[in-house]
Design a protein around this ligand. Structure first.
Ligand SMILES: Nc1ncnc2c1ncn2[C@@H]1O[C@H](COP(=O)(O)OP(=O)(O)OP(=O)(O)O)[C@@H](O)[C@H]1O
Ligand SMILES: [Mg+2]
Length: 415
């Protein structure tokens, strides 16, 4: 089952408490009504709120619109520093990008407009509350079990990187007990959010701006959740020009933090090669090298591998995936392998169900689960699951990975 479905029993209000602060009487009344179901204590000043809260239980503190200003944000920052068990959610009259960025820099975990529907407010409170609880219960010492970073890469556009990334991500989220996150590293033209049908509330711009001060709870508040699978999503910026403001160090910081939070971090790459891509290729555990079954794509990949020094950069991590592979294109797999110099580890057939699913904003793995493409993409995801499961039991990591990949090779070549 997806990791998202296991959250339902965590919503007990007893795991964390909710409080609110609002100096203005009118807003206070409105907040009291909006938060009634959470049994929030609503105060008029931050001092009276802190004085009224006993002990140091995880507490979500909702700051009302009267505090959506420099003074209020300074108070939020102080509160976050002095009380790590508290997480602030800002509810403001109008949520501009600059206010959101200011709020996040002040340590606010999430921000919403006052007219957001009750469900959105409840979800934001739940998310922040749960992350406060999990931070408290997480072991503070000892080696952190880092998630596996899987990136999709190609030297050519339009070969199916994003289709691979989104479908492998939802497949892993559906089948693994671990949390799975997908990051759209195609900062200019990323379409992961569209392919998943998830609105990009927060994006890599917010995460990058906050990464230096961010803790895992804040990072968690930037992630959208794919309904049904519980897959967490960090979409690309909505404005292509925002890509320039994100540095390779920031992208690396985001992925490194996410791998402390999730069992799998899937990263969808842009079609070009730059410092962000280079940094992520180095960080990755597995690089799904996507080629489509046509001569230009294969030639392009061959040249790309040579000029980028890809074999020395990421040799053992490269997993060649042939997309749109079927018997009708008169291209021999052995010729492809010889040209590229790598074994074909996975094949995904060309399937009309893929563009149909794209147009519906639903990954084909979920839209047409019995289609050839969905089955192949599910198999691709299973190879990672298989490795993970075997790792838990087997004596050495290397030996088990080798066996799992060899098995997948045999299955692929037996098709
Ligand atoms: N196996 C497939 N069968 C049929 N159509 C496919 C298949 N894979 C991809 N496509 C089609 O190709 C289009 C491009 O795929 P995708 O967006 O994943 O490519 P990309 O490599 O991410 O492109 P870009 O480099 O622009 O990011 C998709 O919209 C989809 O309709
Ligand atoms: Mg893409």
């Amino acid at each position: 089952m997806g990791s998202g479905s296991s959250r339902s029993d965590m919503n007990s209000p007893k795991r964390y408490r909710v409080a609110a602060v609002e100096p203005d009487q009118r807003f206070r009344t409105r907040l009291t009504i909006q938060l009634a179901a959470t049994e929030a204590r609503v105060s008029d000043t931050i001092e009276s709120l802190v004085a009224s809260l006993e002990g140091n239980r995880p507490t979500v503190v909702v700051f009302g619109p009267g505090l959506a200003n420099d003074t209020g944000l300074a108070q939020a920052q102080r509160l976050a520093r002095q009380h790590p068990e508290m997480g602030v959610v800002l509810v403001c009259e109008e949520l501009s990008l600059s206010l959101l960025q200011q709020a996040l820099r002040a340590g606010v975990r999430d921000a919403l407009a006052l007219d957001a529907d009750d469900a959105a407010v409840r979800q934001a409170i739940e998310r922040v509350g749960e992350s406060l609880v999990s931070m408290r219960t997480a072991p503070g010492t000892g080696p952190v079990d880092l998630g596996r970073v899987i990136v999709t890469f190609s030297t050519k556009g339009g070969v199916g990187k994003s289709i691979m990334a989104t479908n492998v991500a939802v497949a892993l989220a559906s089948r693994s007990s671990k949390q799975v996150v997908i990051v759209d590293a195609d900062l200019q033209f990323g379409d992961v959010a569209v392919l998943l049908g998830v609105p990009p509330t927060h994006t890599t711009v917010d995460a990058a701006a906050a990464i230096d001060q961010a803790d895992t709870a804040m990072m968690d508040s930037f992630l959208a959740t794919h309904p049904g699978t519980g897959l967490r999503v960090l979409p690309a910026p909505v404005e292509p020009s925002a890509a320039d403001s994100i540095s390779p160090e920031q992208m690396l910081g985001i992925v490194r933090m996410l791998r402390t939070m999730c069992g799998f971090v899937i990263v969808d790459m842009p079609p070009h090669f730059d410092d962000v891509v280079l940094a992520l290729l180095e960080e990755a555990d597995d690089v799904l090298l996507v080629a489509s079954m046509d001569i230009p794509s294969i030639k392009n990949l061959k040249v790309g591998i040579q000029t980028l020094g890809l074999l020395s950069l990421a040799g053992p991590k490269l997993r060649l995936v042939l997309n749109r592979a079927n018997a009708k294109v008169n291209l021999d797999i052995a010729d492809v392998e010889r040209a590229i110099g790598l074994p074909v580890q996975f094949r995904v057939p060309s399937d009309i169900a893929v563009p149909q699913a794209v147009n519906r904003g639903v990954p084909v793995f979920l839209d047409k689960p019995r289609s050839g493409a969905a089955l192949a993409l599910g198999q691709l995801a299973d190879a990672f699951l298989g490795v993970e499961e075997q790792e838990a039991e087997a004596a050495t990591v290397h030996e088990t990975r080798r066996r799992a990949w060899r098995r997948t090779d045999k299955e692929a070549s037996g098709q």
